[in-house]
Design a protein around this ligand. Structure first.
Ligand SMILES: C[S@@+](CC[C@H](N)C(=O)[O-])C[C@H]1O[C@@H](n2cnc3c(N)ncnc32)[C@H](O)[C@@H]1O
Length: 268
């Protein structure tokens, strides 16, 4: 029996509400890669682990280790360990592999850490000759869901409630680079083949409430973590009202979601 996640931790249940929408970019990422029969891999920011196992199967790997720093996500992932799949707690910003791996995957996790050039340098250093790096990162800081959250963080009573450190910045806005920056970084890091794509996923959600449920499982976790319960409840209430106005209370709601997918292979 899994424990409820600690307040402000990731919630596998909340995250899983949009599993179908979230898994399509992972399939697209896998389709960029070549299988590595009997190879080894790391899935950085693995979340609840279903996709980690899928990567093992689709890429014909012998082993894959999922790395995450959320106790709740790891507890959920642990249920999927075995048969070559394992999970460890770790920070993807400083992750290092004890032995070179054939594949490094990071799906919807890189945006949570800054200094992508440096982080990608670390990840590349973990690759065996001929190894592949595959990353999918949201590029939707301009979406109404994200702009409104950032705006409200700067307004009262929320701004004061965050205390001396101020509101938590939107990691997608602050950390994610342009597609051509990633192409240049891959080239600088010595990747001999690469592919970088900006792709828009055309989601149709039932209504604005569904969009709120979506972001509650991801970008709003940074706000939930920092506000007292009652203030976060008020934030959510006001957020849904204002998002509804911004999006004309559309039902269904067209929710385009931009993501950057990039892949590269180092020299053999
Ligand atoms: C949006 S989920 C993605 C999960 C999975 N890769 C997928 O595609 O569904 C992001 C995951 O990254 C993890 N994460 C965020 N920052 C991290 C860090 N610095 N170190 C390790 N994991 C991190 C979170 O705990 C969460 O499980």
């Amino acid at each position: 029996m899994l424990r409820e996640p600690a307040r402000g931790d990731w919630s596998p249940g909340q995250y899983g509400k949009f599993a179908a929408e979230r898994s399509q970019p992972f399939f697209d990422l896998l389709s960029l890669m070549d299988p590595v029969e009997g190879g080894t891999a790391a899935d950085l920011g693995c979340g609840p682990g279903e996709l980690t196992r899928l990567a093992l199967e689709e890429l014909h790997l012998a082993t894959i280790v999922g790395v995450d720093n959320s106790p709740a996500m790891l507890a959920s992932a642990e249920q999927r360990s075995g048969g070559g799949v394992s999970f460890v707690s770790g920070d993807i910003a400083t992750w290092q592999s004890s032995a070179p791996v054939d594949v490094v995957i990071a799906a919807a996790s890189l945006q949570w850490v800054p200094h992508h050039r440096e982080v990608l340098r670390h990840w590349t250093a973990a690759l065996a000759p001929g190894g592949q790096l595959a990353v999918q990162v949201p590029a939707n800081a301009h979406a109404a869901t994200h702009v409104l959250a950032a705006q409200m963080c700067g307004e009262e009573p929320y701004a004061s409630a965050f205390g001396a450190n101020g509101p938590p910045p939107d990691p997608v806005h602050d950390n994610v680079l342009a597609p051509d920056d990633y192409a240049r970084i891959l080239d600088d890091l010595g990747f001999v083949e690469q592919s970088v794509t900006l792709r828009v996923y055309p989601h149709r959600l039932a209504n604005v409430r569904a969009a709120v449920e979506w972001v509650k499982g991801t970008t709003l976790t940074r706000i939930e973590k920092r506000l007292p319960d009652d203030t976060y409840a008020r934030f959510l209430f006001e957020y849904e009202e204002r998002l509804g106005e911004l999006l004309d209370h559309a039902e269904p709601l067209f929710y385009p979601f931009s993501r950057i997918l990039f892949w590269g292979r180092v020299a053999t």
